[in-house]
Design a protein around this ligand. Structure first.
Ligand SMILES: [Mg+2]
Length: 372
């Protein structure tokens, strides 16, 4: 360890490139070089794209887009049903690669993780070198590409990993952070949702530099408690630790229905009741969590969970409900009747960095799938 800077951390954010689509292209030669979309079929009701290949993205096909819309944009698009057991297995292998370098691994989803390599197991010392080796191992052993962001905190590492996709490696060093944050468009801020970004733009706030002109008090006034998070983040300050052991503690509620639900309005009505119960439980125990998990059991007893994490803890009814609704949209691919819905809030470990209201953020993947 560098003894002159004992407290400066070395953080890597690794994000697989078009993960589900890349796995499908790897495993099926017919999909290679083609526009493919993993997700719901355009025929079913409410089918949504989980991941599109880069070939499909050229046509404007995006994650969370209705499959019907994707087909309009790209008529020759090949729709592929997700194989979550395969993605989970690949994800396990990726984590095994990470663990050669550090045990401080915080998975955000099947295809994304933070690594703290301040002290690495092999004594390599350079986070850039470690990121390079990890990308290389993923390529050689799994025939897949990943993009890496390297910095001294989670926030900057995460934004950085997205800058040179696919197969990118972006290093934002301590001296570059301030400038980097100043030129960053507000919608690129991890944790700033579309609603907040629009509000910021109406206020004439387009970049980090604009946000920086506001005092903490002004940010608090306009954006609630999360303003404190923005105040620090725009100055490149993010002391959140990489958390290898997710808090197992959670608060949730679920309902099994006397009749299977087939239409979205009924499902939303049930989610409203469940979200209310969850919110009350959180209030009673004075808890806030960063991860909202939706559980869906179909009439054939197949059960899936979907989750979305926020960079700060939340506990308000609207955010929980809206997040659950968005997660639900990604599960209605086959129009299969639903017999149970549940919402859980977890990840209570990290209570810092401002706590406040913020709508569900499109920047945070809606498809942090955690399939059971
Ligand atoms: Mg990814």
């Amino acid at each position: 360890m560098d003894t002159t800077q004992p407290t400066r951390r070395k953080i890597i954010h690794i994000d697989m490139d078009a993960f589900y689509a890349s796995v499908e292209q790897r495993d099926n030669p017919l999909y290679r070089g083609k526009a493919i979309a993993v997700g719901g079929s355009p025929e079913g009701r409410g089918g949504v794209i989980a991941t599109a290949s880069y070939e499909a993205r050229k046509f404007g096909v995006r994650s969370a887009m209705p499959s019907k819309r994707a087909q309009q944009l790209c008529p020759h698009l090949i729709f592929v049903r997700p194989r979550f057991d395969v993605y989970k297995e690949v994800s396990r292998k990726i984590r095994e690669i990470f663990s050669r370098y550090t045990d401080l691994i915080e998975p955000l989803s099947l295809d994304e993780a933070y690594l703290d390599v301040t002290v690495d197991k092999l004594g390599i010392g350079s986070a850039i070198e470690i990121a390079t080796q990890i990308k290389q191992a993923i390529k050689e052993e799994l025939q897949l590409t990943a993009s890496a962001g390297v910095s001294i905190n989670k926030f900057v590492a995460k934004v950085a990993s997205d800058l040179q996709k696919p197969d990118g490696l972006t290093f934002i060093g301590p001296s570059a952070i301030e400038t980097f944050m100043e030129q960053l468009p507000v919608e690129k801020f991890h944790g700033v949702g579309k609603v907040t970004a629009d509000k910021m733009k109406r206020m004439g706030l387009f970049t980090g530099a604009d946000l920086k002109k506001l005092t903490e008090q002004q940010l608090l006034q306009h954006f609630g408690k999360v303003g404190a998070f923005y105040y620090r983040i725009v100055r490149g300050i993010d002391n959140r630790e990489v958390q290898p052991h997710r808090e197992t503690k959670s608060a949730g509620a679920e309902d099994t229905f006397p009749h299977d639900l087939t239409n979205v309005e009924d499902m939303h009505a049930e989610l409203e009741k469940i979200a209310e119960t969850v919110t009350k439980r959180l209030e009673r125990h004075q808890l806030k969590g960063r991860t909202v998990t939706l559980k869906v059991k179909y009439n054939d007893f197949r059960q899936i969970t979907r989750n979305q994490s926020f960079p700060y803890p939340i506990n308000d009814y609207e955010t929980i409900l809206e997040t659950a609704k968005q997660l639900l949209a990604g599960t209605l691919d086959q129009g299969q009747p639903i017999r149970l819905l549940g919402i859980t809030l977890s990840n209570f470990g990290e209570v810092n960095q401002g706590t406040g209201k913020e709508g569900p953020s499109p920047q945070l993947s809606l498809f942090n799938f955690d399939e059971e």
